[in-house]
Design a protein around this ligand. Structure first.
Ligand SMILES: [Zn+2]
Length: 133
């Protein structure tokens, strides 16, 4: 049986994005095969700037993950905080919770990222675009 497990956070992000695209195209009436091919092409276009990232999905891996979604070994959940859809393993083998909120929390915890964020907020306030709480 092909391995659909997604152990690293980057794997979960890529897989969640790919399956979300597949789900939308298939729900819109595309055949399973067409939805799979078109969603993978869309996925490649959306992640083209991350081409050298090791956890980016190959088509074989994409197929395995979509198949696990179809057999309900993986399920899609909607995040109540950020509104994103993310994959979870029914067998509990993946960390629960929204992978996108997890990334946000981890990024904000990094001082370098926090400094960049603070500079960006200050620039927006100077231009009157946003307010800092
Ligand atoms: Zn979220």
């Amino acid at each position: 049986m092909p391995d659909y497990r997604l152990t690293r956070i980057s794997q979960r992000i890529f897989a969640s994005a790919g399956v979300s695209l597949f789900k939308r195209l298939h729900a819109a009436g595309e055949s399973r095969v067409e939805a799979m091919l078109q969603s993978y092409l869309q996925y490649l276009r959306l992640t083209a700037h991350l081409r050298d990232t090791p956890d980016q999905l190959t088509f074989d891996r994409f197929y395995t993950v979509v198949r696990a979604f179809e057999t309900q070994d993986l399920k899609m959940r909607s995040c109540g905080d950020c509104g994103s859809e993310y994959l979870v393993a029914v067998d509990g083998s993946m960390k629960p919770g929204c992978v996108f909120c997890d990334v946000k929390v981890r990024s904000l915890a990094r001082p370098r990222f926090s400094q960049l964020f603070a500079r960006d907020q200050a620039a927006h306030v100077e231009r009157g675009v946003a307010r800092v709480k």
